[in-house]
Design a protein around this ligand. Structure first.
Ligand code: GLN
Ligand code: ZN
Length: 725
């Protein structure tokens, strides 16, 4: 087996430093560019990445980390696991990713606890596996033609199967899948490849004895393949736990461990292995502490046969280059590292040796702040709110945003570029608010919203108005397919210099007699969708943000806003990967939310909103948020949540309109969903609303859908009155 290089990264961003791949994909999809155009951009991006990594001094270059959409989808294609219904499509790959005429796409969901979304494979008894190694081979040869020897990277067999829609059924197919991986190893060995990387992040989650047995079986078998390259198995995002000794007992030569998230326990199990020591974090934008990294490397060196300096995970989750941010404060910049800077850190650590002073010990975190109950119990509040608001039965509301028009986006860009005066921009926002208010009045909605036209994004908007945050100009990170976000950087103590949303809320309320909801993003979500300082426990950072949100909530109330919504769509996302840590997380996350929302009178109604299909798993925590009304995604997942809401103790609006689809639901469909909700919950606690915000839809779709929602609600209200009378 040839020696592993001294330094490496587990993967790299691929969307392009200027989002070149995004533009190329979207032009191909809308038919303004050819497949050749798209492939040329892909080849240019791959070449630029290899050149840059080599230039920075990295000696272990990965390949097959590029993807036109998603690496899990690429793996499905590699294994031939394309569901039958997509095979006839003009372009099966993008049909699976995005759907096509009359064919829905495969499901998409979050990649572990990151904000990256992968395409969920469909694997069952009928799946026919057949290796198609075209993509990794093409990238390998492409790199060689440029003079680079690379290590192909593929999602590992256990993780691939566990990520499938039905993991139990998928795991039954382990033997067949392993046959494909074995064949792939043979093909790569024949090409003269020295090392292959198989990513197994599923191993840092709790695994059953059966699943651990699958790990053992998989790597014993692949390890004893007749002709194969060296095997590197990586486990990003946490500690391998029970899987570590299992994996270490197999013949794989190299193991990649996440020493940033996973810590230094149990390293003796790695005796005799090559260890890719993930000491440079791929999940944040901070410079690596050289003392801390060297300390971890020394700990690994005590046991490992060879220590390779590496990243904790792929750098896919961080932006390309800090040098593309001339606008950032130099003092902050000195603390930051994006992908390029992180590669330089890996190289410096590998070249510099691991000697040095021990890192300072971090102080133990303070106990969590105690949050007192400041508001009355729910029944008392509900009565006060009913008297104050005078809403009809089954009140209709929306989640906050209305369609964002191209004109509005252009106006915001012009404002940022300095070509549109602030006053003119504000006039346009106010005009949009008025249009949204009139539309809702016309449709007969009961609790109105201002439509959020002033917001580019529900987190970035608040980050721009709070102290302690910085925003980037080019810090794009891939979210899914061609979609990217620019997570704000939470780098200091958070505070709110002045009210943020009050002026828009006041304007909206001045236009109508109906209540208009104030609309805020919650502390957990603001933190979840930012890069967060790592010198404080996450909990303390969330409480700081909660204090700022609390001030905003109180200012809205003082401005005469009677209903305030604080969204927490990311509550579920920060849930720790291991079961044992979940209760502790939910406890402080819920406490922070209550800190943010409990500073108002009983008659002021607090709403929250969440949107993910598996909310039923954390329904108790959602109830614990103690919001008077919770609106939640439901229509999209076939109203599955209704089976679980019986114990839910306050107002609830399971969505009756799937806003992710351009389809307009009929009033009969809405009525069916409402009837099911009324069967599960007492009528006085039922709210009527869409699944989520409307900003990605068109006005035509939204008007038609909400009209049907109002019509169905009207029918059921009449029935309720009749039954009561
Ligand atoms: N209030 C936000 C909106 O309507 C909520 C979005 C979300 O849940 N992701 O756009
Ligand atoms: Zn939502």
């Amino acid at each position: 087996m040839s020696r592993f290089p001294q330094s490496t990264v587990l993967g790299y961003p691929r969307i392009g430093p200027r989002r070149e791949l995004k533009r190329a994909l979207e032009s191909y999809w809308d038919g303004t560019a050819t497949r050749q155009d798209l492939d040329r951009v892909g080849a240019e991006l791959r070449a630029a990445t290899w050149r840059r990594l080599a230039e920075l001094g990295l000696d272990g270059l990965p390949s097959n980390t590029f993807s036109l959409y998603d690496q899990v989808l690429d793996t499905a294609v590699l294994l031939g696991a394309v569901p039958e219904r997509y095979r006839g499509a003009a372009d099966p790959y993008f049909a699976m990713a995005r759907g096509t005429e009359g064919l829905a796409p495969l499901r998409m969901t979050k990649w572990f606890d990151t904000n990256y979304h992968y395409i969920v494979p469909e694997i069952g008894p009928e799946t026919v596996f057949k290796l198609d190694a075209a993509k990794p081979l093409a990238e390998l040869r492409e790199a060689r033609a440029l003079g680079f020897e690379t290590r192909p990277v593929v999602v590992g067999p256990v993780t691939f199967l566990l990520l499938a829609a039905d993991p139990g059924a998928a795991l039954e197919r382990l033997d067949d899948v392993l046959a494909c991986y074995e064949e792939l190893l043979g093909v790569l060995a024949a090409e003269g490849v020295a090392w292959v990387q198989l990513d197994e992040p599923a191993l840092v989650q709790d695994r059953t004895p059966g699943e651990l047995a699958a790990v053992r079986a998989a790597y014993d078998r692949l390890g004893s393949a007749a002709a194969r390259p060296g095997l590197l198995v990586t486990a990003p995002f946490g500690h391998l736990g029970e899987a570590l000794p299992v994996l270490a007992a197999t013949p794989v030569e190299a193991i990649g461990v996440d020493l940033v998230r996973g810590g230094l326990d149990g390293l003796d199990a790695l005796a005799g292995k090559t260890v890719v020591a993930g000491v440079v974090s791929g999940r944040d934008v901070w410079r690596t502490s050289p003392e801390r990294a060297a300390h971890a490397l020394r700990a690994v060196a005590e046991h490992a046969a060879q220590v390779v300096v590496g990243t904790s995970c792929s750098l896919l989750h961080v932006p390309y280059d800090l040098e593309a941010e001339p606008g950032l404060d130099p003092a902050l910049k000195a603390r930051l590292a994006f992908a390029e800077q992180k590669v330089a850190e890996v190289v410096a650590l590998a070249r510099g040796g691991f000697d040095g002073p021990a890192p300072a010990v971090r102080p133990a975190p303070e106990p969590a702040p105690v949050v007192r109950d400041e508001r009355g119990p729910y029944p008392v509040r509900a009565a006060a709110q009913a008297a104050h608001l005078g809403l009809p039965a089954l009140p209709i509301t929306t989640i906050g945003s209305f369609p964002q028009t191209g004109e509005l986006r252009a106006a915001r860009a012009a404002l940022a570029a300095g070509t549109l005066p602030a006053q003119e921009y504000e006039r346009r926002v106010e005009a949009e608010i008025e249009r949204v208010i009139r539309l809702q009045e016309r449709l007969g909605l009961d609790v109105l919203v201002h439509g959020e036209p002033e917001r580019n994004d529900m987190v970035q908007y608040f980050a721009e108005h709070l102290d302690g945050f910085a925003v980037t100009a080019n810090g794009w990170v891939q979210s899914y397919g061609s979609r990217c976000t620019r997570p704000p950087i939470l780098h200091g103590d958070v505070s709110r210099p002045e009210p943020i949303t009050v002026r828009w809320a006041r304007h909206a309320q001045s236009l109508t007699d109906r209540p208009v909801k104030g609309m805020l993003t919650g502390p957990v979500t603001i933190v979840a969708w930012s890069f967060v300082r790592d010198d404080l426990p996450l909990r303390d950072v969330v409480f700081q943000v909660a204090a700022a949100v609390r001030e905003e909530v109180r200012d809205l109330e003082a401005a005469g806003v009677s209903i305030i919504q604080v969204d927490e769509p990311a509550l579920r996302e920060l849930l720790p990967l291991r079961q044992a840590a979940r209760a502790g997380y939910l406890e402080w996350a819920v406490a922070a939310y209550r800190r943010a929302t409990s500073g108002v009178a009983d008659r002021t109604q607090i709403h929250t909103h969440l949107c993910y299909s598996d909310a039923d798993q954390i329904l108790d925590a959602i109830d614990g948020l103690d919001a008077d009304v919770t609106t939640i995604e439901s229509a999209r997942s076939g109203a599955r949540i209704l089976d679980a809401v019986g114990s839910f103790g306050r107002g609830l609006g399971p969505g009756v309109y799937d806003i992710h689809s351009p389809r307009v639901p009929s009033s009969a469909e809405v009525e069916t969903l409402l009837r099911r909700t009324l069967a599960a919950l007492p009528a006085e606690r039922v709210w009527v609303n869409p699944d989520c915000g409307l900003k990605t839809r068109t006005y035509a779709q939204v008007e038609a859908a909400l009209a049907n929602v109002a019509e169905a609600t009207g029918r059921l209200r009449a029935e309720l009155t009749r039954d009561a009378g």
